[in-house]
Design a protein around this ligand. Sequence first.
Ligand SMILES: Cc1cc2nc3c(=O)[nH]c(=O)nc-3n(C[C@H](O)[C@H](O)[C@H](O)COP(=O)(O)OP(=O)(O)OC[C@H]3O[C@@H](n4cnc5c(N)ncnc54)[C@H](O)[C@@H]3O)c2cc1C
Length: 385
Amino acid sequence: MPAIPEIAAKPEYADLQTWARVFAAREILPLAEKIDREDEYPFQLQKKMGEYGLLGITLPKEYGGLGLDMVGASIVGEEISKASLSAGFLMGVQNGLAGSAIALFGSEEQKAKYIPRLVKGEIIGAYGLTEPGAGSDAAAISTKAVREGSSYVVNGSKMFITQGAVADLLVLFARTGPSGSGAAGITTLLVEKGDAGFRVGQKLEVMGARGTGTAELLFENCRVGQERVVGHEGDGFLIALGILGRSRIGAASAAVGVGEAALEASLAYAAKRSIFDRPLGKFEAIRFMLADMATRLSAAKLLTFHAATVHDRGDDFMKEASMAKYFASEAAVWAAERAIQIHGGYGVSKLLPVERYLRDAKILDIVEGTSEVQRWILSKELLGD
Ligand SMILES: Cc1cc2nc3c(=O)[nH]c(=O)nc-3n(C[C@H](O)[C@H](O)[C@H](O)COP(=O)(O)OP(=O)(O)OC[C@H]3O[C@@H](n4cnc5c(N)ncnc54)[C@H](O)[C@@H]3O)c2cc1C
């Protein structure tokens, strides 16, 4: 079993790892293949995750969350995503995106109204930033929220929204400034299921993290009261960046989990499978692949825990989060691809979960800002431009 790196070697973290591992083995692993195959949202699992505390791991204790720091959350995220990235997404979106946006930037009324229910899984949250015409360039979103008296009238659409198809509560980013106002003209609003003019558009089938209700969301003269603004008008882009920075550490820990699942499957297979009268693990080419997988995943894990540690001590962690996110997601894709090679024909078949690890890992290379976007952020920081 992979150890917690020295950087986070405290007894309470070891307990946390065991706590998450027990739930993953008992409740998630038996469902992982079915969730992937059927691509149906696992409502029962989501409820159980809420009862266990997994949907509010970093959310404030006063609202029912576990109040973990980012190192603790990374340990839990890795274990959950190792069993199923889809379960990792349920946790990450509820806690790290929707819940954290309200916890960090919302009013006391908003926190009291929504966080306890998000934590218990009584309501499902989503985070709507991406649009059909604006993903990496999030400051270019065009969904409009026009002020009319004490409310905003929202028109536009959102794309690829995890849990969007089943969401009760959406943290929405919309343009309240004039077209072309860029980052300064964006505001965060809370939209509830049942608000007139808000509906789910296409349900989107994606290659990995399946069963997480990815959907397009549509707004046609959807009226949202002023009390549903998170923070202040015009703060939206800063809120989006603040939340995404943290959730990149979550994506990195999920990638480490998926990569480790691929490595563990490969180690077991190398010991069990015999070819040419020898176990697979006796062939140097296979052994070196395993060594490379373990090395890249260890590096990914150290970068992830480093980013989490920088976050937890209150320093600027955006650079470390970008490094961890892109390195870990690419390491997971690479490790999963090697795992398929080691498994031969079984690796590309649906008989084993190995091909799912590659599909899941690839999703992590795209969400929360692609690898190119992370490199862009890092290069800007390095060059100071
Ligand atoms: C399964 C899934 C779940 C998702 N969940 C959510 C969610 O819950 N909420 C949400 O708001 N969004 C969500 N997204 C959207 C996701 O964040 C975007 O898909 C992602 O940010 C990329 O945006 P895009 O798809 O528009 O690609 P584009 O921005 O069009 O990028 C196209 C290509 O250009 C590259 N590129 C971008 N910028 C640069 C650059 N500066 N230099 C060089 N190349 C560059 C990209 O890396 C990519 O290869 C989800 C996506 C998926 C697939």
